[in-house]
Ligand binder design. Structure first.
Ligand SMILES: Nc1ncnc2c1ncn2[C@@H]1O[C@H](COP(=O)(O)OP(=O)(O)OP(=O)(O)O)[C@@H](O)[C@H]1O
Ligand SMILES: [Mg+2]
Length: 229
C-alpha cells in the first residue's frame, strides 16, 4: 500500500539517497537499519516532503504523493515522528496531542490513544518539556497517531531511551498496528528493538539499501555487522 520507487534525494550538490525501492503492505512493520550518517533521516524527510525528491516516486494506495507538500501528505495518511521527538516543550501534553488532531475532532483526544499510553493521560496537564525522554517519545507517537495515519514513519524512536520504556513502546506499536491496521516504517540502530516488532528488515548503507529479509529469514549477524563497522 506504500510504495517507493527509485527514490533519490540530497542536499545542495550532494545526492544522499540513491535508488531506494521499498514496498510495504498494509499492517506491515518494516525496519530500516543503518548506522550514523547512512541516510535514515534524509530518507524519512524525503518521504514526508520536508526535503524534495530528485527522482523516483512515492505512492499510497496507488495515489502519487511525491510532489505534494508535507501537510497534504499528512492528509493522505502519512505521519512522522522525527528523530529527537520535537515535541512542543512549552505546551501541555494535551495541547501537544491536540496539534495532531484533525479539525473535526474538536480537540477531543480519542480514548484509544490514552489507553495505549496511560502515562500521557496522567500527565496531560504537564508541560511537554518536563517529561522524561521516553515519555516525550510516547507523546510524539501519540501526536502522530492523532492524525489518524495509514502509514507511520518513526525515525530512531529508541534513541536515548531507557530499556523499560523501549519495551513499552514496542508493545504499544504492535497494539496500534493491529487496532488500526497501521503500516509502520521505523529507522533504528538498535536491533533488539526491531527484532521485537518488525516483519521485514532493510539495511541502508551510504544511502542505498544493501540488505533485505523477512523476519523468518533475518540474518542478525549480518545486520549487526553493518551497524557496527
Ligand atoms: N542538512 C544537511 N545538509 C547537508 N548534508 C546533510 C544534511 N543533513 C544530513 N546530511 C548528510 O547526509 C548524510 C546522511 O545523513 P542522515 O542524517 O540522513 O543520516 P542518519 O542515518 O539519519 O544518521 P543518524 O543515525 O546519525 O541520525 C550524511 O552524510 C550527512 O552528513
Ligand atoms: Mg538520523
Amino acid at each position: 500500500m506504500f510504495k517507493v520507487s527509485h527514490l533519490a534525494s540530497g542536499y545542495g550538490q550532494s545526492e544522499v539517497i540513491h535508488d531506494v525501492n521499498l514496498s510495504v503492505e498494509k499492517q506491515e512493520i518494516v525496519a530500516v537499519m543503518g548506522r550514523n550518517g547512512m541516510g535514515k533521516t534524509t530518507l524519512f524527510k524525503t518521504l514526508m516532503g520536508i526535503l524534495p525528491m530528485r527522482g523516483g516516486s512515492i505512492s499510497i494506495d496507488g495515489q502519487e504523493v511525491g510532489a505534494m507538500e508535507s501537510y497534504q501528505r499528512v492528509a493522505s495518511g502519512v505521519a512522522y515522528v522525527p528523530q529527537g521527538r520535537m515535541i512542543f516543550p512549552n505546551m501541555t501534553v494535551l495541547e501537544n496531542i491536540q496539534t495532531g488532531l484533525p479539525a473535526n475532532a474538536q480537540g477531543k483526544v480519542p480514548e484509544e490513544l490514552y489507553a495505549l499510553f496511560p502515562v500521557l493521560y496522567d500527565m496531560r496537564g504537564r508541560k511537554g518539556g518536563n517529561l522524561s525522554g521516553g515519555q516525550q517519545q510516547q507523546l510524539a507517537i501519540a501526536r502522530a497517531l492523532a492524525t489518524n495515519p495509514k502509514v507511520l514513519l518513526l525515525d530512531e524512536p529508541t534513541e536515548g531511551i531507557q530499556p523499560s520504556i523501549i519495551k513499552d513502546i514496542a508493545k504499544s506499536l504492535k497494539e496500534i498496528r493491529k487496532l488500526r491496521q497501521l503500516t509502520i516504517i521505523v529507522s533504528e540502530q538498535v536491533l533488539s528493538f526491531t527484532l521485537e516488532i518488525a516483519d521485514r528488515f532493510f539495511v541502508i548503507d551510504k544511502g542505498r539499501f544493501v540488505y533485505e529479509d523477512t523476519r523468518a529469514h533475518v540474518d542478525a549477524a549480518t545486520i549487526s555487522r553493518y551497524l557496527s563497522v
